[in-house]
Design a protein. Structure first.
Length: 282
């Protein structure tokens, strides 16, 4: 009986560690690296079965350096994992379900409202909205705010006299986690030579993690969105609203009225509550 209990504890600990590892790499470039490692192992297995001796010999020799290469590639994630294990409480161990931070319709409207105002005034802005991965390490190099998302807050952050304007804002769910955050710059040669630091930072963080990055150009007054290492210029704030609803709320933003059931009624009520103050005129 004692041996069975020990085996169950052993299996449970291994399952928990694997679960934490998957949560850690989900939505980051480490996830793509992990997929590449599995693909490498599959090719190695197939080469052995088909007796492709030369290919199998090359891949087999490459596996010798595999552990060292993985440590180098996963260094940021490993450091974050070790720090994360140090913060785990007994209650956190029991809460195995990942906490998802979903954006409400009101939050989308607040972001779009702020971006529209900043675009009209040609004020540069850089807003990173989390999806699967949490940007705790990026947020830690900025100024922690933990404030509710509002158009006035986002607008005030990016105006030039505010000391927090030089950097990125991190949004998680319906909260502004931090401002004045430094982002990694992209080294991609596919970007236009006229793209400046703010846009390169947007592409850089989108290459490394699963995020949606909204950029307002200070020089041109244009709105751009960076995702998965690609930079796309938008024609209007309505396009931004549709994109954010599609990517962050999994809904067809162009036709929200066709949604049925309680979720549709809730979305409509939230949108009407946001737009109502703007419709009242003196």
């Amino acid at each position: 009986m004692y041996e069975i209990l020990i085996q169950l504890v052993d299996i449970g600990l291994v399952a928990f560690l694997l679960y934490r590892l998957l949560l850690l790499v989900r939505g980051t470039r480490a996830w793509r690296i992990l997929i590449g490692v599995f693909a490498f192992l599959i090719v190695l297995f197939v080469a052995d079965r088909l007796e492709l001796h030369t290919l199998h010999w090359i891949l087999d020799k490459a596996t010798i350096l595999g552990p060292v290469a993985l440590v180098i590639l996963f260094l940021p994630e490993l450091r974050q994992a070790i720090e994360g294990f140090g913060k785990i409480s007994p209650l956190g161990i029991l809460e195995l379900g990942a906490h998802e931070d979903h954006l409400q319709a009101k939050t989308i409207e607040e972001i779009v409202s702020a971006i529209s105002e900043l675009q009209e005034e040609s004020v540069g802005a850089l807003i990173v909205i989390e999806k699967a991965a949490k940007l705790d390490e990026i947020a830690s190099n900025g100024v922690m705010l933990n404030a509710e998302v509002s158009g006035s807050l986002l607008g005030s952050i990016f105006y030039g006299e505010n000391p927090l304007h030089d950097g990125a804002v991190i949004i998680r769910g319906d909260r502004v986690v931090a401002a004045a955050c430094r982002l990694p710059l992209s080294d991609s040669t596919h970007l236009d030579t006229h793209v400046h630091m703010r846009h390169r930072a947007a592409v850089g963080i989108s290459e490394a993690t699963d995020v949606v990055v909204v950029v307002v150009s200070e020089e041109r007054g244009t709105i751009s969105v960076a995702q998965e290492g690609a930079l796309m210029r938008l024609g209007s704030s309505n396009e931004l609203r549709e994109l954010l609803n599609r990517e962050l709320r999994q809904m067809p933003a162009s036709t929200p009225h066709v949604r049925k059931g309680r979720r549709a009624a809730k979305d409509l009520q939230e949108l009407e509550a946001v737009k109502a103050p703007a419709e009242v005129k003196d």
